[in-house]
Structure formats: structure tokens, C-alpha cells
Design a protein around this ligand. Structure first.
Ligand code: DX5
Ligand code: ZN
Length: 223
């Protein structure tokens, strides 16, 4: 199982050093939470762009961009230049399937992989027909908008449903889970079939990133 480090709750003081420490802690991705103050209340768009640019300078670790924004096209263009591994946007912004597939194809044309994210109240059956077009499905296990919230167990059923559908249909889609992941909840999502855990405050508020990542990986490698 892979770990995508959410830097949303990282305090600004000495941030470059902290980003570097995450890099050497062996995280698999940097998860960039882009919020526009519209789709969610907080606005992180300026600070996340700055962090993403810093990361491109100091790190080889791929970026995993999570857009919590209404103007998806604008932010896709803002991040494509940085060549992220994944660019993920929210299904709930505009559920028009044709428009969604257009955006997916646009991301892919510029050599990033496209992902779709679903909020806790969105049912998996609504997005099953999009899965063949994407590389990543991001299941929110908290309401999007801020770090440090409690994991919602209702996401477990959704992860299982996705795992079953993806395997049955031989799709190459990674299941990523975002929100409230710690050394206990990571086991639950692993058992349910997740591939990537987004870990925010549990990691960035810890004293020793390397140790925390090692322990998290240990929790899910032997069961
Ligand atoms: C929430 C963000 C998450 C969040 C994860 O809107 O999408 O990525 O920062 O942080 P924790 O792990 O603290 O829930
Ligand atoms: Zn996120």
C-alpha cells in the first residue's frame, strides 16, 4: 500500500525543511489539496501552488493533486505544467458525464493521469461508468475542506464496492482514500481494498516523519 502525504496541515515555519524531511521519509506521493474558497470554505490555492513549485525543485516524488474547486479547467491548467502524476477533481461540481470525460481526456493529453473524487454522501454506483476512463478514484472519508477530521466508517463499504467492481471488470484504477487516516484506520482501508492512503495531520504533526511512515507501512504489510 502506498502513502500520499497531505501537506495541508503542515505549519509554515521552516516549510522547505519539512517538505525535505517528508521526502526522505519515503512517502510515495505528495498530496496537494487545492481549495478555492467556493467548492469548500477554505482557500489554499496560492499557498499550495507555492508548495508544489518548491517540491518540483527539491523532490523527485510525484505530485498527487486534489482539486476541491469549482473552476476545474482553470486549476487543471494551473497544475499541468508541473507534470503531476495525478490530477483529481470532484464529481459533485458538475455531474454531466460528457463534460467530465472531456476534462479527463484533456488531463491525459498532457501526460498526467486523471482521477475523480467522491464526497462522503456520493454513492459509488453514480460513478461506475466513469471508472474505465480514469486511473484513480479518490474516496473522501471526511467532508472535504480541512485536515484533522475524524475518519468516517461509511467509506469502508464504498471502498469494498469499488474493489469488487474494479477487479471484476479488470480495470486499472487505483483506489485512494483521503481523510482521518492514522495507524488504526489505515488497517481498515487496506482490508477493504484501498491502494493509496492519504495521510495528513497524523503524519505532519508527528515528531519523526521517517518513523511514522515506517510504522504506517508496517501496519499494512503484515496482517
Ligand atoms: C481534506 C483534504 C485531505 C486532508 C487530509 O479536505 O482533502 O487531504 O488534508 O488530512 P487528514 O489526514 O488530517 O484528515
Ligand atoms: Zn485531499
Amino acid at each position: 500500500m502506498q502513502i500520499s502525504a497531505s501537506i495541508l496541515s503542515l505549519e509554515k515555519e521552516n516549510i522547505t525543511q519539512k517538505l525535505y524531511n517528508l521526502e526522505v521519509a519515503n512517502v510515495d506521493y505528495f498530496h496537494i489539496d487545492v481549495m478555492d474558497g467556493k467548492f469548500v470554505k477554505n482557500n489554499t490555492s496560492a499557498v499550495m501552488k507555492e508548495n508544489a513549485l518548491t517540491l518540483k525543485h527539491i523532490s523527485q516524488i510525484p505530485l498527487d493533486v486534489h482539486l476541491m474547486v469549482e473552476d476545474i479547467d482553470y486549476y487543471i491548467n494551473e497544475y499541468l505544467d508541473l507534470k503531476p502524476k495525478y490530477i483529481t477533481f470532484h464529481y459533485e461540481v458538475n455531474k454531466d458525464k460528457e463534460k467530465i470525460i472531456e476534462k479527463i481526456k484533456y488531463i491525459q493529453k498532457y501526460d498526467s493521469m486523471a482521477g475523480i473524487s467522491i464526497k462522503p454522501n456520493t454513492e459509488v454506483k453514480e460513478i461506475l461508468d466513469i471508472l474505465p476512463y480514469i486511473s484513480l478514484i479518490l474516496v473522501m472519508s471526511v467532508e472535504p475542506g480541512e485536515g484533522g477530521q475524524e475518519f468516517m466508517e461509511s467509506s469502508i463499504g464504498k471502498i469494498k464496492e469499488l474493489r469488487e467492481y474494479i477487479d471484476k471488470n479488470n480495470l486499472e484504477v487505483q483506489i485512494e482514500v483521503d481523510g482521518g487516516i492514522n495507524n488504526e484506520t489505515i488497517k481498515l482501508i487496506k482490508e477493504a481494498g484501498a491502494d493509496i492512503a492519504v495521510v495528513g495531520s497524523y503524519l505532519v504533526k508527528s515528531d519523526d516523519y521517517k518513523e511514522t511512515v515506517k510504522n504506517l507501512k508496517q501496519k499494512v504489510s503484515c496482517n
